[in-house]
Design a protein around this ligand. Sequence first.
Ligand code: DAH
Length: 333
Amino acid sequence: MTTAPPSLETDLMAMKQAAQTAIAAATTLDQLEQLRISYLGKKGQLSKVLGGMGKLSAAERPRIGALANQVKGLIQDQLEQSKIALEAAQIEAQLAAETLDVTMPGIFQPQGRIHPINSIIDRIVDIFVGLGYTVASGPEIETDYYNFEALNFLPDHPARDMQDTLYLPNGDLMRTHTSNVQIRYMQNHQPPLRTVAIGRCYRRDTVDATHAAVFHQIEFFAVDTDITFTDLRGTIKVFLEALYGDIPVRFRPSYFPFTEPSAEVDVQWQGKWLEILGCGMIDPNVLKAVGYDPEVYSGFAAGLGVERLAMVQHQIDDIRRLYNSDLRFLRQF
Ligand code: DAH
């Protein structure tokens, strides 16, 4: 009785054993792929074993052939199963690595916010832009001419003392109000005009709860052929209503060299009246200084104290709080 040379069947069985052990031990998809190539690839071990088939008898060939196919199928199945298992494990590991522990304490991210002075400036400018005003600006270091002379302050007029001016060695000064922008703007533009200007101002003031040496003003002014005090009053009413809603407002007669007549406006703050702006009809001398004919044109102007407007809005009891950079205070806004 002829049997297949024992070596071929034994080789097949040994190879199957080795492949199964190796596949079971593989821990990565790469390793699996290497094993597939080494056992089932064109030049792999199975091909080598089958290379010996030619030496088999015609009777043995189909049996060994079938056995070889069976071994091949087994190895393929095992490779496939291992692949599925390793892929699943890989996804598991990835998910585990990406897990967020929502109970961990967070990382503190400090968040900035807009300073109350800046936010009220933004709101005020929005209101005036909505009324058709153009935004302008002027320098903080100013000459006597723009800060005083063109605004109808006579050389020895006591009104200059009201302003507690800080002078520079060359005779220039730190502007005491934003009214300088009126002159600079009107010199370069023809009526009709409606303009708003925002800026820092400086005074040698004694600092207290309602006065600062450096503060902000907003100036607005309009010039046309038929502007009256009623227009000024109406504009201030519309402005204050847009800013604060319906709050008690008081107009008082006042004096400024650059307006005639002049008024001051107070609103309620900490249970008393607080002056928040000066205003009036632009003095004919000021119109003349910028080359406008006061017989043809009239205009109104007003200057608002920004810090005070913020103090009224938030009921802040002391202007100095706006400049102390105390985060406990600033975080409220
Ligand atoms: N410039 C004045 C001040 O700083 C405020 C002011 C008053 C501005 C009347 C004006 C105005 O435009 O018409 O005290």
